[in-house]
Write a protein that binds this ligand. Structure first.
Ligand SMILES: NC(=O)c1ccc[n+]([C@@H]2O[C@H](COP(=O)([O-])OP(=O)(O)OC[C@H]3O[C@@H](n4cnc5c(N)ncnc54)[C@H](O)[C@@H]3O)[C@@H](O)[C@H]2O)c1
Ligand SMILES: Nc1ncnc2c1ncn2[C@@H]1O[C@H](COP(=O)(O)OP(=O)(O)OP(=O)(O)O)[C@@H](O)[C@H]1O
Length: 533
């Protein structure tokens, strides 16, 4: 008999089955017995009340779950709208940059060459000749077939105008990029990455895909970036700048700090050029053919951060401790630069992430702060707060997870060997297109890092019920506070950092994990000992 039936029988005045079978007893016993039945009644009442409460709780939690589901759909809907808005904003920025360059080109700025007497970046029509990724034409290397595995990117400006005008207009050296392709047979290239003749889906045979840069006109201007507060770097810098001027006849740009240091050493360096206003940095990529960094990985990051759009090829000489992205040895800088200025150069296109912070109070999705470009990663962490972060994460329209821990790292494949590695993420070859999703000390036994495709938009939102705030930092710098409701939207930027390889992308990557991290360095087991029969 269920407790509910017993309760019904007891409350109808009938005795419970327990008392029914008992013989007549004296007064004391019958009092005891009635107490038992009262106690039993109380128990039954309690059980049925508890049962009712349980039932209500179950219904209540089911209602809560469906409310949470609806709320999540609402947030996902909002996330999708914001992801779409961020995509449109990105396209708007690229178009805006393109229009600015076209406007600069049309403006009738006086066409004076860079005047050595004036050390500032000059905005002249031939220097205003710019190109950015939207100006680059993708020329099919062999006709209008499908996806060609080795497209040749060529500067449309130098293509579309007569060579005389192109030479006069385009101060920047022109170059082309080409993808090595093993798929070539009898002059025919593999045109499709995936073919599906007669319903059979097959992928084209792998090609070397090593990207190489070939100068079509000689580089004229180099930008030398140095790690601050380092005597060895300063000595190398003045020696290299002198060599670049005297032996290679190149124009040399440096940062204002470096020009001061060089002039403090000798007035001979009066020829080096720099800028006075920060906004002139925005024009750097229209005049610089090659960037040379003297320092460690941080100097490479610093160099990349100076270009908010297209980045000239970067040659990094190792004068730091680890040197993951600095493959060239400073002792052999003359040989290396001779080869690079002559070309062709094997390069690694290191993709960057573009990050937008969207405040909860923003009127619309387009009202965001200045986007941040990162070469390594963007981290969202708990800062000084002692609380777990709560970060709701979405990939395009889909809810991914809520990160509860010290934070989250969204890393490029170049940054996979940096903070993401320290947080337990995988090491990924820098040419692999992807976004690493790596938690920082998640308070969960089941949270493993992810690698997402490079075409997704990731949204990280601080929920309204979060106890603490979160902080976003970009390549380890420029921390921004994120309050409840604020969101960070992150996607692949259209402007990679083209870094010169010592040998090629794969060889350089393997060398850096062997030498930099001693990856899988282990004494080899001796041959003597038990053998397989
Ligand atoms: N716990 C950590 O491992 C940790 C913490 C903070 C920052 N970082 C990394 O430091 C970077 C900033 O570098 P910095 O030089 O300006 O600061 P830093 O001078 O503090 O250098 C941090 C270290 O990270 C190394 N590093 C940087 N980028 C790397 C890469 N792509 N692959 C392998 N190692 C790399 C540098 O060589 C340096 O040894 C951040 O982007 C972040 O990835 C790591
Ligand atoms: N031109 C620059 N101006 C200002 N800061 C710079 C510049 N170049 C590098 N830095 C900063 O200096 C710090 C150290 O630079 P870098 O990482 O290159 O040297 P390192 O730390 O000695 O070498 P490694 O990164 O290999 O350990 C970095 O945080 C970087 O952001």
């Amino acid at each position: 008999m269920s407790p509910r039936d017993s309760f019904a029988e007891a409350s109808s005045g009938k005795e419970s089955s327990v008392s029914r079978s008992q013989p007549q007893e004296n007064g004391v016993e019958s009092a005891l017995h009635s107490m038992e039945s009262v106690h039993g009644l109380e128990e039954i009442l309690q059980q049925s009340v508890v049962k009712t409460i349980d039932q209500n709780l179950v219904e209540f939690s089911e209602a809560l779950r469906s409310v949470a589901k609806v709320l999540r759909c609402v947030v996902e809907g909002r996330a999708s709208a914001q992801a779409e808005a961020a995509e449109w904003k990105r396209k708007l920025e690229i178009e805006r940059a393109r229009n600015m360059h076209l406007k600069l080109k049309e403006m009738s700025i006086e066409d004076t060459p860079i005047d050595n007497g004036d050390k500032r970046l000059r905005n002249t029509s031939n220097q205003a000749e710019t190109r950015n990724s939207s100006n680059m034409a993708t020329e099919r290397c062999c006709g209008n077939h499908g996806i060609c595995t080795h497209e040749v990117l060529r500067d449309r400006n130098s293509e579309s105008e007569s060579s005389a005008v192109a030479k006069m207009m385009c101060r920047k050296a022109s170059f082309k990029l080409a993808w090595g392709c093993k798929g070539e047979r009898n002059g025919q290239h593999k045109h499709d990455v995936v073919s599906f003749e007669r319903g059979n889906i097959t992928t084209a045979e792998r090609s070397s895909k090593q990207i190489s840069l070939k100068w079509e006109t000689d580089p004229q201007t180099v930008f030398v970036l140095t790690k601050p507060n380092s005597t060895s770097v300063r000595i190398l810098c003045s020696e290299m700048v002198r060599w670049l001027k005297e032996h290679k006849k190149l124009n040399v740009f440096v940062e204002p700090r470096v020009r001061k240091e060089l002039l403090a050493e000798s007035s001979y360096f009066d020829f080096v050029q720099t800028w006075e206003e920060d906004e002139e940095i925005l024009l750097l990529h229209t005049q610089v053919d090659l960037v040379i960094t003297l320092g460690g990985d941080g100097t490479v990051l610093w160099a990349a951060s100076m270009f908010k759009g297209p980045v000239p090829p970067v040659v990094s000489f190792s004068l730091g401790s680890l040197g993951f992205m600095t493959p060239f040895q400073s002792e052999f800088y003359k040989e290396s630069l001779d080869a690079i200025l002559k070309g062709p150069i094997s390069i690694t296109l290191r993709h960057r992430l573009i990050c937008h912070v969207i405040r909860d109070g923003a009127k619309d999705e387009l009202e965001t702060e200045e986007p941040m470009l990162v070469l390594n990663e963007v981290t969202i962490d708990r800062g000084m707060s002692s609380f777990l972060t709560q970060l709701e994460c979405y990939c395009d329209n889909s809810f991914v997870t809520c990160v509860q821990g010290d934070g989250l790292i969204l890393s490029t494949t170049s940054g996979s060997t940096a903070y993401s590695l320290a947080a337990g993420g995988s090491m990924v070859h820098p040419q692999v297109p992807g976004i690493l999703f790596t938690p920082i000390c998640p308070h969960s036994l089941s949270f493993r890092p992810l690698i997402l495709p490079e075409y997704v938009t990731v949204r990280v939102q601080v929920p309204f019920n979060s106890r603490g705030q979160a902080w976003a930092s970009f390549d380890g710098k420029d921390r921004k506070q994120l309050s409840a409701g604020d969101a960070l939207i992150c996607s692949m930027a259209p402007w990679p950092v083209p870094t010169a390889c010592q040998v090629d992308s794969t060889n350089d990557f393997l060398h850096s994990i062997h030498e930099g991290l001693h990856w899988n360095l282990r004494k080899t087991q001796s041959f003597d000992g038990p053998q397989d029969l």
